[in-house]
Design a binder for this molecule. Structure first.
Ligand SMILES: NC(=O)c1ccc[n+]([C@@H]2O[C@H](COP(=O)([O-])OP(=O)(O)OC[C@H]3O[C@@H](n4cnc5c(N)ncnc54)[C@H](O)[C@@H]3O)[C@@H](O)[C@H]2O)c1
Length: 339
């Protein structure tokens, strides 16, 4: 059995450097041997920081490299499906950022290529590996809080991405809330059968010009009868706001924000703490490490992947249902969405 997995990474934008650091510094069985970006200075900067020996400009060069066992796809969403298909055909294992595609047909094409090549694919739903959210799931699965009746997620970014990022991203439901749709299934251990979504532009009028929202709320109806809400904002002035609460028949479980320190300052007029972690790069470092560790082990030890093909597809179905719901101002059943 091989005891080391050689990775090539594609895309050195916001998330690429996070995974590059994880591969280079935090997962002992992983070795990052090459990085690609259309923008060479971006790739060069990450390569020098993480000691990556080879810099190229295209994903194709990573996929063609015989020294590479696995690719980490961190380029924009509209490039994922083609890169997955090409990597699978070349026999490479694949870690791909979420979502695989904005189109279910494209997702199915990518999943079929992976299946027929017999390689492993894991999609970057990193929040499944967060220790707080794992504890919330355990409380539901074990019956510790009884039958879950109400589910709430608050998921707000500290500031919006550049407007140029938005168009290939698919908009707030497919790009941002897709993580929360995944969490809804994962934490509740149940499928959603209906969504009712509303969006607004409250942060930056540029979102309206991109035909997108920067603020959104979705009401979920689960198959088991429970109700849920997800609220997203592209701007939270106090940092990355990532909270979950589930109310069950025997109690509730809640996960609060994470902080760089636990200090509380008490003064003459108020008691306060410092701000939470500012964004995903800091807040989810542990879960990014755990997901890459799990993927690496699954490949090296030929174990099942923690995030299945269905897990990578269903949040996109839910996001498409949310988009339809907000367009048509009505609840949309998941069964209305087909490829
Ligand atoms: N899991 C998470 O928390 C998380 C966080 C952020 C982004 N993402 C996902 O990661 C992906 C990238 O997002 P980002 O915010 O890093 O985007 P970004 O725009 O900041 O970076 C993308 C990089 O890819 C490069 N690129 C574009 N096309 C390429 C190609 N064909 N070959 C090689 N390089 C190419 C660009 O030059 C850019 O440097 C998206 O799918 C997004 O949904 C996931």
């Amino acid at each position: 059995m091989k005891n080391e997995l050689c990775f090539g990474l594609i895309g050195a934008g916001r998330i690429g450097p996070v995974h590059a650091e994880t591969l280079a510094w935090r997962v002992p069985q992983a070795r990052l041997v090459a990085i690609a970006d259309l923008k060479q200075p971006a790739a060069q900067a990450v390569a020098s920081r993480c000691n990556i020996p080879k810099i190229v400009s295209s994903g194709a060069e990573i996929i063609a490299d015989p020294a590479i066992d696995a690719v980490a796809i961190c380029s924009p969403t509209d490039t994922h499906a083609d890169l997955i298909v090409a990597a699978a055909k070349a026999g490479k294992h694949i870690f791909c950022e979420k979502p695989i595609s904005l189109s279910l047909k494209e997702i199915d094409r990518a999943l079929a290529a992976v299946e027929s090549a017999g390689v492993k694919l894991q999609v970057g739903f990193n929040r499944r590996f967060d220790s707080n959210f794992l504890r919330v799931r355990q409380a539901v699965v074990s019956g510790e809080i009884g039958t879950p009746n109400l589910f709430h997620i608050v998921s707000r970014d500290p500031f919006p991405p550049p407007l140029a990022y938005l168009r290939p991203s698919g908009g707030i439901f497919l790009d941002m809330m897709v993580h929360d749709f995944d969490m809804a299934r994962f934490l509740m251990g149940d499928e959603v059968e209906e969504v009712f979504a509303a969006g607004a532009v409250m942060v930056d009028p540029g979102f309206a010009r991109e035909n997108d929202f920067d603020t959104a709320v979705v009401l979920l109806r689960f198959r088991g009868g429970a109700l849920g809400t997800i609220d997203n904002s592209r701007k939270s002035t106090f940092g990355y706001d990532q909270r979950v609460e589930i109310l069950g028949s025997k109690g509730k479980i809640a996960s609060e924000n994470r902080y760089p320190n636990q200090v509380i300052v008490s003064g003459e007029r108020s008691v306060y703490s410092d701000l939470p972690y500012n964004f995903f790069m800091q807040r989810y470092t542990d879960s990014f490490t755990a997901e890459i560790q799990a993927f690496t082990e699954a490949v090296l030890e030929d174990k099942p992947i923690a995030v299945t093909g269905a897990d990578s597809r269903m949040p996109v179905v839910m996001a498409l249902a949310a988009g339809k719901s907000s367009d048509e101002h009505r609840p949309v059943r998941i069964s209305e969405i087909s490829a």
